[in-house]
Design a protein around this ligand. Structure first.
Ligand SMILES: Nc1nc2c(ncn2[C@@H]2O[C@H](COP(=O)(O)OP(=O)(O)OP(=O)(O)O)[C@@H](O)[C@H]2O)c(=O)[nH]1
Ligand SMILES: [Mg+2]
Length: 337
């Protein structure tokens, strides 16, 4: 049987093997991904992002435990582009980690940093796809921050949780980094900290400020998701309803607020389904992916066709100041056209 068929049958060893192949961009992976693609699109993809140390991993553990109690299966993808995977604890607390491991209804994958951010983004998209095809009900994707557009989880997720914690002094920075713009749900974690109420108040003020501004809509502009203002008389988001970004306080040590957060996740999923938002995000995702692949493939093909010895000669002429570098590019492109 093929690797893809084994994965569809729920074979976990095959799943782990395929994910490794996907991360290594191996030819086996391409074949399996092609076979699995029609089986994707079932899972609820939930992005969990926020500054380092806000408690994302602890929150992911708690959400997972709660989901398992209601019989849902959970895939977890931890993406950290800043540090190579050390083999250390993926999740916040080793104790909770132990609670999670050994349960066949949970699969945890940590994305190792290999090569470019673009490579990591593509591998992550494919890992999510494999877990989706493997039948996990919910896939939680943990990423640090949201600065790197290429690893932007908003592109993969149906629901984006932005995690804040009191006293990190990063509320303003988060807003600067545009992290609030991508939030479908704001989580103020560490609600046991007495400063949590202040953080909630500050965030609420921020949301009110931004919702009084014009509605924004996202378009794909040369491969970049770009916010544009909707015309003032355009109907608000989708078919007339509007999603108010909720703020949920959680304590990821005790589990307080987790049940409410899961309810919000379900509500957002239903909202996205009913209002065409899900279809829209899926569409944008395919557009962005094809765009990136097309640019990359065209570039590789064209670079392949460059006459290397001619290039070397032209470079010598530029070194000798007979040609400006731009002229070399024009001469070489002229060869193709
Ligand atoms: N008091 C308190 N501490 C918490 C809570 N949630 C997490 N922590 C602690 O905060 C620290 C960071 O938690 P993590 O879950 O590793 O945070 P993270 O956001 O995943 O961190 P990075 O992956 O490094 O960005 C750990 O010491 C946790 O035990 C909470 O609700 N209350
Ligand atoms: Mg973490």
């Amino acid at each position: 049987m093929s690797l893809a068929a084994d994965v569809l049958q729920g074979n976990r060893r095959a799943l782990a093997r395929l994910l490794t192949a996907v991360e290594n961009h191996s030819p086996d992976a391409v074949e399996a991904l092609t076979k699995l693609y029609p089986h994707t699109g079932q899972a609820h993809l939930v992005g969990v992002t926020g500054s380092p140390g806000t408690g994302k991993s602890s929150l992911v553990s708690q959400i997972t435990l709660a989901l398992r109690k209601s019989g849902k299966t959970v895939g977890i993808v931890a993406v950290d582009p800043t540090s190579p995977f050390s083999g250390g604890a993926i999740l916040g607390d080793r104790i909770r980690m132990r609670d999670l491991s050994g349960d066949p209804g949970i699969f945890i994958r940590s994305m190792a940093t290999r090569g470019s951010l673009g490579g990591l983004a593509r591998a992550t998209a494919n890992v999510i796809r494999v877990l989706d095809a493997a039948g996990f009900d919910i896939i939680l994707i943990e990423t640090v921050g949201a600065g790197q557009s290429e690893v932007d989880i908003a592109g993969h997720a149906h629901t984006v949780l932005v995690v804040e914690a009191p006293g990190m002094g990063d509320d303003i920075q988060a807003i600067k980094a545009g992290i609030l713009e991508i939030a479908d749900v704001l989580v103020v974690n560490k609600s046991d900290d007495q400063r949590a109420q202040n953080t909630i108040r500050a965030l609420r003020a921020m949301i009110e400020l931004s919702s009084s501004r014009q509605e924004q809509t996202w378009i794909n502009h040369h491969g970049q998701l770009t916010a544009v203002l909707a015309s003032p008389d355009a109907p608000s988001e989708h078919n007339g309803t509007h999603w108010e970004v909720p703020i949920q306080a959680t304590n990821s040590l005790s589990g307080e607020g987790i049940a409410e957060l899961i309810e919000i996740l379900d509500r957002h999923r239903a909202y996205m389904q009913d209002n065409g938002g899900l279809a829209h995000r899926r569409h944008m995702q395919v557009v962005a992916e094809v765009d990136a692949l097309l640019s990359e493939t065209l570039l590789a093909h064209l670079l392949d066709r460059v006459d290397r010895s001619r290039l070397a000669t032209l470079i010598e002429r530029a070194v000798a100041r007979e040609l400006v570098p731009q002229a070399i590019v024009e001469l070489l492109i002229g060869d193709f056209l």
